[in-house]
Design a protein around this ligand. Sequence first.
Ligand SMILES: Nc1ncnc2c1ncn2[C@@H]1O[C@H](COP(=O)(O)OP(=O)(O)OP(=O)(O)O)[C@@H](O)[C@H]1O
Ligand code: SF4
Ligand SMILES: [Mg+2]
Length: 354
Amino acid sequence: MSAEKPLLLEARKLTKTFPAERSMFGFGPKVEPAPVLHGVSLAMDHGEVTGLIGESGSGKTTFGKCLLRIVEPDGGSVSLNGEDWLSVPADQLQKARSKYQMIYQNPYACLNPGLTVRTHLRETLSVFHGIRGVEADERIESELARFGMVAKASSYPGELSGGEKRRISVARTLLTSPSLVVADEPTSGLDASVKADVLDRMLDVRDAATAYLFISHDLDVVRFVSDRILVMYRGRIVEVMEKDSIDPALAHHPYTERLFEAARADIPTEEESRVMAEVQEASLDLSRGCPYRGLCQVWHARGRPDDACAQELPNLVRMGSDQQVACHVLSEGAGQQPGASEDCFNIESPPSGS
Ligand SMILES: Nc1ncnc2c1ncn2[C@@H]1O[C@H](COP(=O)(O)OP(=O)(O)OP(=O)(O)O)[C@@H](O)[C@H]1O
Ligand code: SF4
Ligand SMILES: [Mg+2]
């Protein structure tokens, strides 16, 4: 009997802290670097789409880059198709990465300013599939047509708009027939009809068993494409929703509620809420307790008590079969014990204080 096929991706407890930046001329107080990822885990199977949402600076891009080793994680493990990905020697990484691709948030990052659109796509087909000549050109024409970009085949990146560059970077990635794509804001800045075309094409490829980690600020798009959504707050996953529980009318983590409200434009912008958080957190010791409590409407409404919210880092806890939440109040309300998250492999939190 053949062995069971391994999961496409099993990442456990990834951590990342970037080195502190030196202040100008070396003056000023020494700032300790803050961890960007606090032990983020994720399991994904072939062809699945996992959405990842969270406000700016929460660590979404860093997590995606750590999964693919575009940025090296400091700790944790990553297995891709059963292979210990963090043990692949650096000089073999480029080749090994051919099946695991990133659509960069900044599409400039992957386009060579000296190559035309057509040359980019020809190189991709040649390197990844050995397809050249007439066959390559036919595939390129049809790919460009799907993205409404035929007229731009001879253009250089500097002659393209931001949205056109984004479309080319998506087209190029999909031409490689990847198993896993970390798609970082792939539809940002695209107008509605182009966005729909790009999503259609991505989902076509998904049917051919490409899995996506789909990072986006656009909740409607994430809900449309994802089988499951992860919510990240300051480098921790605070909620996981399977597709059927993705519903603003259900009980969610207070931070998820706030993201839903922000999408309906009911609350302040991210910049305003960052300022609010700084003010509210000034008197809080966030080295313990729930990192979200500075902004948490539930804890503030209770009068900021010295309770579990103030003392213990909440772990992800199952709330029924379709949802996991890292919130003391929600898990108590559902009769769950804190720390009952051992079975929640794909979204474990680290123990308090890590
Ligand atoms: N190479 C780097 N060196 C130092 N700090 C970095 C680096 N990359 C990211 N950071 C910091 O890590 C934190 C998380 O950044 P990240 O880009 O992962 O956030 P994000 O959730 O993707 O945000 P956005 O929604 O704005 O894209 C930020 O504070 C950012 O400044
Ligand atoms: S654990 Fe407490 S502070 Fe944190 S989100 Fe839940 S209610 Fe708010
Ligand atoms: Mg980002």
